[in-house]
Write a protein that binds this ligand. Structure first.
Ligand code: 9MR
Length: 569
């Protein structure tokens, strides 16, 4: 299998900030510097220079040169970069390149909702009946029983977002996703340069209710997370069920309201419980000005969840509980404890939470690994909030320094990488959802920028985006509808256009998981065996391990696009 990767000059196909860093990569046999020309939309050469040979890039196996044309600062559309007889795909130079991406990445969530009709008037082409509301053939999420023998009650867990391309809803993944959306909103509160999140921004049913749309969207998921808590008076009260999904996997394509399989609550886990505690504590402080009652309900849930986790600190989801839904297993919840304590402290200021934070082994550990932030690893989310959200934490200065140290690591990785990637996993093994790992490392650089004001960190974020939007070995934008050639067939049971042309493709602004070296689905096994890192990707709906869409991957995309939208031109 040889993918068509188009012209050998690789650029950010959306564009570059007028006064920001502008880098490209060219795949070539040449070992000495090549002349390049920047050509504007009317065909005039407006800048030129020489490439820098970078040798063989391990993430692609290609001999490459990099090109830096940051010196050119005229805004305009339809530029191309020409070198070695090749012309890049077109791109813009401008100041307002990321507001649209931010909004699209956030708009991804509404049609991902369960429990509510998706209005075609708000998302032309994407309208569909409410999923899992108890209307046949659904068994419904309005009164879901547990797996046999797990509990004697049912819960109404009809809200929330579907996790990904499947029909499952998983607390540990939902928690980090809604947290990052709320974190984008919270950052704007403390960062004067950030563009505000407004009511009416996202064309959702709640638009116009006086609450910023990003919080309304977050609340749809928060209501789900809250509803997953074990009721008072029941065994493990205060803990949170790990997930809800069908008793066996549904096939593709299948719209949510047509899923006939039995829904089941899976046992509570300490990880899910702490995840809810963290997200609900954060929600409590952010919703307070808009809906004090909801804020109070969230805080109460966060406290009872915390108590539940302290009482049951080692109840783990089973790795083999993966029939009909993902396992999301995690056998080390020290980071979840750290995160929940951090959020509870930031919201309440209470000494016991502060002391737990200060005593956690993760508070001073080097947590800035290549895959530092994901559903299993959340310590960095805590550390960044402790650094950025105002508080009386005694060692806050050291915490802020540690974030800068982590960001410096990612920046060094990026600077050494011929494709400008702030991601160089051990043994060159790209993870499932690698696009999100890249973006999450960029979130750390963005946090360092907020702490220091040093432009090199903001520039690192902009360069990371170049990779996501086309400066990569496959010459593809991993975000649907952004860039001339973008991912179009992400794995989804309802955006299954590839299988049924009557169904839509994923909406504009949908991130693909991206290269995954581990060859974990049948299409990858058939077409990608032996691939080198960046080549371990295929834009095929059946390749769920390289090309799915998820709520936790779009969240850092939205976070980063919002950051870059506030970077001026
Ligand atoms: O994103 C998850 C990835 O980190 C795991 O390696 C993988 C296998 O357990 O599962 C991924 O999550 C999937 C989940 O299990 C089910 N819904 C779709 C998720 C994205 O592919």
């Amino acid at each position: 299998y040889k993918p068509d990767t188009g012209p050998r000059v690789r650029v950010n196909q959306v564009g570059y900030l007028t006064h920001g860093p502008k880098n490209a990569t060219v795949v070539t046999e040449a070992t000495t510097a090549l002349p390049w020309q920047l050509v504007n939309g009317s065909g005039t050469v407006v800048a030129s220079g020489l490439s820098t040979p970078r040798g063989v890039d391990v993430s692609s196996g290609q001999n490459v040169h990099s090109i830096d044309f940051s010196g050119y600062t005229e805004a305009g559309a339809g530029y191309t970069l020409v070198t070695d007889g090749e012309t890049s795909r077109p791109f813009d130079l401008g100041g307002n390149l990321y507001a649209q991406l931010r909004d699209d990445a956030l708009k991804f969530y509404y049609p991902q909702r369960s429990g509510i009709e998706i209005l075609d008037s708000l998302r032309p082409g994407y309208g569909r009946p409410a999923g899992h509301v108890g209307v046949a053939p659904n068994t419904g999420d309005t009164a879901v029983p547990c797996q046999p023998g797990v509990c004697d009650y049912t819960l109404n867990v009809a809200n929330g977002w579907y996790d990904a391309g499947d029909h499952g809803k998983y607390v540990v993944n939902g928690g980090i996703s809604v947290f990052q959306l709320m974190s984008a909103f919270e950052r704007a509160k403390y960062t004067p340069a950030a563009q505000p999140f407004t009511d009416g921004q996202l064309a959702i049913p709640e638009s116009g209710n006086g609450v910023p749309d990003i919080l309304d969207e977050a609340r749809w998921e928060m209501e789900f997370l809250l509803s997953m808590q074990v009721p008072a008076g029941k065994p493990l009260a205060g803990m949170v069920h790990h997930k809800v999904h069908d008793d066996s996997w549904t096939g593709l394509p299948l719209l949510p309201h047509l899923d006939p399989k039995q829904r089941e609550l899976h046992p509570p886990s300490t990880a899910a419980t702490l995840n809810l505690a963290a997200a609900a504590a954060q929600a409590a402080r952010l919703f307070a000005p808009y809906d004090p009652a909801f804020a109070q309900r969230s805080l109460t849930a966060a406290r009872t969840a915390w108590a539940g986790a302290v009482a049951h600190p080692a109840i783990y989801a089973s790795v083999s509980d993966n029939v009909g839904g993902g396992a999301y297993e995690d056998f080390d919840v020290r980071d979840e404890f750290y995160w929940a304590a951090a959020e509870l402290f930031l919201t309440t200021g209470e000494a016991p939470f502060r002391d737990f934070v200060l005593g956690s082994p993760l508070h001073t550990a080097d947590i800035w690994t290549e895959q530092g932030i994901n559903w299993r690893e959340v310590a960095a989310l805590a550390r960044m909030d402790l650094a950025l959200v105002p508080s009386s934490l005694p060692d806050r200065a050291a915490v802020r320094q540690s974030v800068v140290a982590g960001a410096t690591k990612y920046l060094n990785t990026l600077n050494a990488h011929p494709y400008g990637l702030p991601y160089a996993p051990a043994d060159n093994m790209f993870a499932w959802g690698s696009s999100s790992q890249v973006l999450n490392n960029m979130v750390v650089m963005a946090a360092a920028y907020d702490i220091t004001g040093e432009k090199r960190f903001a520039n690192g974020v902009a360069q990371g985006m170049d990779y996501i939007l086309g400066r990569n070995a496959l010459n593809i934008s991993y975000v649907t509808g952004h860039g001339e050639v973008s991912a179009q067939n992400q794995h989804s049971r309802w955006y299954a256009h590839q299988l049924n042309p009557a169904l839509p493709r994923p909406p504009r602004g949908t991130l693909s998981g991206g290269p995954n070296s581990y060859i974990q689905d049948p299409i990858a096994q058939q077409k990608l065996t032996g691939c080198v890192a960046q080549f371990c990707y295929i834009d095929d709906i059946e390749s769920y391990a390289t090309n799915e869409l998820t709520i936790n991957w779009n969240a850092p995309l939205a976070w980063i696009a919002a950051f870059l939208a506030g970077q001026g031109d």
